[in-house]
Design a protein around this ligand. Sequence first.
Ligand code: PXP
Length: 238
Amino acid sequence: MTLRLGVNIDHVATVRNARGGDNPDPVRAALLAQAAGADGITAHLREDRRHIRDEDIVALTRGLKIPLNLEMAATGEMLVIALKARPHAACIVPEKREERTTEGGIDAAGQYDRLQPIVSSLGAANIRVSMFVEPDRRQLDASKALGAPVVELHTGAYAHAPAGAERDRIRDAAEYGASIGLEIHAGHGLTFDNVKPIAAIPQIRELNIGHFLIGEAIFIGLDTAIRKMRALMNEART
Ligand code: PXP
């Protein structure tokens, strides 16, 4: 099974917004990522618009040939935007205004009633829904019950302690999720140094990677950073 690389371009927009102008342009970064072999582009339209903005999503849906994965909070406002933009996929993430980045998975099990109408509206519009969850069977069962075809396993805890038991939790969750018919993705905090043990898990079909690649682009360029990540993922798979 091939392993896709989704490149998250949020932090190109973070740098742009630091000065309030148009540079650097996240859409240009997305097109460069596409040319470098990314299989998809991920962008998180946050409630506070701290990085990606509404007009970036419109431009991405118009300009890209590869699929766009819109990360979004499960709110009415985001649902309206997603149904208008019609990205290939939507990844439902928890969102807290005061957090620096997405700190944990969504509680698919505890918030079934709130999530269900959003997941089903997106699905009815042919947008492939993934639930960004902790590697925990309860959350996988709940994602399945919600009707989401995909889960993205949160690798943040693994990224903080790659030598510990977290990799096993992700492997077990990937095996279990695939066994109940979910497509398995993973992401958050992945780097050149920690990607291979995750990429080697055979049930995982897609990795979404952003912050490290955009940071590394300062030193070696975005094209080279993406190609190197791709090569490490391929090595892990063979
Ligand atoms: N997947 C999801 C659902 C995320 O929220 C993020 C961070 O925006 C990522 C993947 C990428 O994480 P990172 O930027 O740490 O590579």
